[in-house]
Design a protein around this ligand. Structure first.
Ligand code: DQA
Length: 158
């Protein structure tokens, strides 16, 4: 299959953490009209390929539990160069996740499959955005690839 990225490239610049919040394990069957039919594994595979082509390895974690996500953020310090985070609905109210991201200080790119700004009013606030270097939303699975590319550009130029 044609790919934008070469098959094998060294992942020697470091590692990125791809972090997924609640209900994203259901991608593929969850509200396909909004989130599409690709599974989380499909998105992770595509994002990982994009990162590897740019010289970074990826670890991916998903949890429906806020405490687990916070612990993963805490443990990311010193282990990862940056985080791509789709916090799901925690995006809109989980200030403890905001504080964890702020405490760790790693560069974070906020990502969403849908465009929360074009949806219900309660999705318009993001507690992740103020502690992210930037946000990418509304491009389906391509959002993850764009987020990886944005994070890598940031890391490569800092
Ligand atoms: C989402 C948008 C959130 O509002 C929602 O709660 C999700 C998914 C997205 O990727 O579009 O779970 O983060």
């Amino acid at each position: 299959m044609h790919s934008q990225y070469p098959e094998r490239m060294p992942s020697n610049k470091g590692r990125l953490l791809l972090l997924h919040g609640p209900n994203l394990n259901l991608l593929g069957t969850r509200e396909p009209a909004i989130y599409g039919t690709a599974t989380l594994a499909d998105h992770v595979a595509r994002a990982t390929k994009a990162a590897e082509a740019l010289g970074y390895g990826v670890d991916s974690e998903q949890s429906n539990d806020l405490a687990v996500l916070i612990a993963l953020v805490h443990h990311a310090a010193g282990k990862y160069q940056g985080i791509v985070l789709n916090a799901g609905a925690f995006t809109h109210f989980a200030w403890s996740l905001h504080d964890a991201l702020k405490s760790v200080g790693l560069p974070v790119v906020e990502v969403h499959l849908s465009n929360p700004a074009a949806r219900e009013p309660w999705r318009h606030e993001s507690v992740v955005a103020p502690v992210a270097i930037g946000s990418i939303a509304g491009f389906g699975g391509t959002s993850y690839v764009l987020a990886i590319e944005a994070l890598v550009r940031h890391l490569d130029h800092q």
